[in-house]
Write a protein that binds this ligand. Sequence first.
Ligand code: SPV
Ligand code: MN
Length: 610
Amino acid sequence: MKNSDLNSLSAVMDKSSLEKLQALHNPDLHKFIAEAVRLCCPDRVLVCDDSAEDRELIRQLALQLEEETALVQPGHTVHFDAFKDCRLHDQSRDKAHTRYLLPHGQNLGPGIATLEREAGLGEIKELLRGIMTGKVMLVRFYCLGPAHSPFSIPCVQITDSAYVAHSEDLLFRTGYAEFKRLGAFNRFFRMLHSAGRLEHHVCADLVRRRIYIDLQEDLVYSVNTQYAGNSVGLKKLALRLAIRKADQEGWLAEHMFVMGVHGPHGRKTWFTGAYPSACGKTSTAMLVGESLVGDDLAYLRTCEGEVRAVNVERGMFGIIENVNPTDDPELYRVLHEGREVIFSNVLVHEGRPYWLGMGEPLPHNGLNYAGTWCEGKVDSCGQAIAPSYRGNARFAVSLDELRNLDARVDDPAGVPLAGIIYGGRDRETSVPVLESYDWVHGVVTMGACLESETTAAAMGAEGVRAFNPMANLDFLSIPLAHYLRNHLAFGCALSRPPRIFSTNYWLRNAEGAFLNAKHDKAVWLKWMERRIHGDVDALDGPTGRLPRYEDLKALFTEVLDCPYTRDDYRQQFGLKIPQELARIERVETCLHQAAGMPAVIFDMLNGQRR
Ligand code: SPV
Ligand code: MN
């Protein structure tokens, strides 16, 4: 450590924290922390390692600071994010104020918000100046992906929010040992977060909420926010840095679950699935009888001619709405009996959490995201306040709580990937399950053409159809054309790339009724698994390979023990030609707006149209 860094830090750290930092022989790390201390002026800095004692300290701190409140069930707490009214709240990702800082004159193409780097750094540093006065700065180390692996990315998180640190303890792998092992290396991800001024333990300065990503330094600044999607740096903020790193190194960083699907005779086949937020990604990964590796973020690398996938995380920050004993029995169990759960923006009554769609009547009053709540309460815009934050109340748990966790979750080599699934929220066009003809066909017509209706996971209007390639558009830190070119190249380099499928759980009939029940996705998954092994045939259609009625009928009986009629099949799998053509038109328009799109993408769409 440089002398000046050491001096500035020893004034605000106790001996134990200083020793922990000194044991990491990494001047870049020391410099980053010293600069953050000079900027944010905390009263004290607490450096944590991977020990159980430090984790317990953070747990206790979250309660002491009242960012979390204990519930009746031991180890369970609730956290609320700020809510002023329907226009000003802190309960989902703030896309409008999340920006990449780029040198003057550079941009990342349409739809990706950027800011001139010097100006952005000036603004964010002004917001952070002295922001931790009177507070404790926490310094935490994590590892994205399994440790000791080609996938691992060490990260350091600085925050003044014990809730953020506690969430990361549940959601990510510890990383102090990894930093120690690696010593002086310079590429690690850096996160600097402050919840800013608090009122009633939630962010008071929401209008000054900013999330700025400095790609040059692999550093994310986040200020005046507590919602985990904006503040828990290792989640979607690190994904943005990872997409950049993956681009430079020739792998893929994706918004995907990873799971093992069980086939006949003990066979297990590995899939990843990219779905926009709140479109069925977690519920697919959690299907009864299958094995979970991860539910939100995956890194994909090629190794000896095959694709390997890992879960970036080690926990789940899931949507709680509609988690009930019938649809999600394992999650429901964990939310009641788990050792440690952080609930956010649910309804609390007599120390117990309640949420919409939990399968039992809700109390008529309690504490919720808007303060004390009773039925009929409205906000200052006159909007009814729901018992729990509609659509985006969440829970955070460690994967260790789950009985369906796959034994290979921490395999440093990842799992061999056989299939990739793309799924959006589409009421009128795509069939429930479809297989692509080959890698390029799948990447283009299923991944790049993904459209979905917007949901409560990000700020803005809900239910609006939006172009969302690979369900990753919100997180792209490289131009879209570049990202798609990487995808094409990734699979084209392999003699047997993973098979690509699409699913749509949200198809409706003309009267607006859903054409599928929630459990039907279990059948689509089994069909894809059988296709990969050639156990079932398919029908060659203009948009891809379709399941045969007889195979689905047999699977409905086998998997769900329920009938499946020709009429069901016809309604679900009849191609909606005008809608398909309209979709190609819309997506093509979006793709044309981005410069440098590979010509093969438009050729493929033209072929599809013909
Ligand atoms: C999502 O919105 O896709 C999530 C939650 O997984 S967040 O951490 O907000 O990104
Ligand atoms: Mn997600």
